[in-house]
Write a protein that binds this ligand. Sequence first.
Ligand code: C2O
Ligand code: CU
Length: 479
Amino acid sequence: RFLMLGGAAAFSATGLRPVPAVARAADSAVSGGSTIRLIARPGRAALAGPPHSEPETTVWGYDGRVPGPEIRVRQGERLRVVLENRLPEETTIHWHGLRVPNAMDGVPHLTQPPIAPGESFAYEFDATDAGTYWYHPHVRSFEQVERGLYGPLVIEERELPRTIDRDVTWVLDDWRLLEDAQIAGGFGNAMEAGMTGRVGNTVTVNGRVTDGGFAVRSGERLRLRLVNAANARIFGLVFEGHEPVVVALDGQPVTPHAPEDGRVVVGPGMRVDLVLDMTGRPGARARVLDTYYAKLEYRLLEIAYGAEPLRDRPPTAPIPTLPANPVPEPNLARAERHAVVLGGGMMNHLEGALVDGRWLDAREMMRRGLIWTVNGTAAAPGVHVHEPLAVLRRGASYLLEIRNETAWPHPMHLHGHSFRVIARNGVPTRHREWQDTVLIPRRESVEIAFVADNPGDWMFHCHVLEHQAAGMMGLVRVA
Ligand code: C2O
Ligand code: CU
């Protein structure tokens, strides 16, 4: 399942095929890297997991699998991925959270032409920041991601933290399955799009409902990389009897700390890296629960201790702070302030909005499936975005105050940059965490700050993919 760039040998066991380097000028500058081939195509997945391998679900996946192969590279290496599209429709790959050059960002019509069925596209960029990332399409994401097109991408620190015994990725998703285990239709349903987005009825970890449990050994210290690939479900994970420590958010290191309320909240698109000490006895079992939606406590899986301990107890060495990534520090004293207001949705009165420069009243918006607004404008995939929400000067610092005036939470994602979350509801945050996707509860506000150092047009949108498709999207230009 793990893939390391840098040698053909590493590929053979993973099912990923190395291919000869794509002939292009940049090759000469690439040292050591191989090219990864991914095929976006339909496939079949046993989501229910053993022992229920039937019935299988027809999915769309990278190499036909859910999740797609985990891509692993070392920080500083160059990543080259050729995507071949064998879907019945256009697609792209967006490298969520990675600060890539604009032309590699995977936004159709904005940064590249969409990849037609039968065609390929070569992505190539440097792995600048270590951390946990993921990849997914940016064409009709509300359907393509929901059908299973996503995969984890791990950029390893130049020097791996020494006190970690095992590095594990959990890609979380939820599905809306019918009785026969097939994915229910009705993608982008307007009613849901105006509320929570599409929340499913089946949660999977790495594409499986893990009845069998997650095997661990007493005394182990794990690094657990959580990726939320769900369209709309927010997870709030509780590890019964265990004390997870948050060490990174959205790939970026944070001062190690216990999660608030002991609950690890992961909004759609977000990642959380935990260090988890396995303090239980051999043979013990412990539940991992999703308690975000208090009414429906959901057992995600069970931690299952093997009979043989790894050692008496987990390492006593303190959990180290991961080395910082080369993200430029915003100058708060000189940062230019901008307000971003999120509006619309159910339970709000919406007069109308500017759609591609034209004022549309709420009824006309509805007719086009637009329900949400960002600063009084509504944009969506298919409704081409031309006018930026803001034009930022390259190299300058910005502070955005994002006010969620709606009755629903929104994980807001900015492409091409990581930002510091410096305040919530006017109160400075404790960890000034770097994020690329920030969850803003209903009627709350956050302040984020960053240096606009990556030139190009960048999407800024809600990662509830039905919200994105229903207008909660805009672009920010760095020029
Ligand atoms: Cu993960 Cu614009 O998306
Ligand atoms: Cu939203």
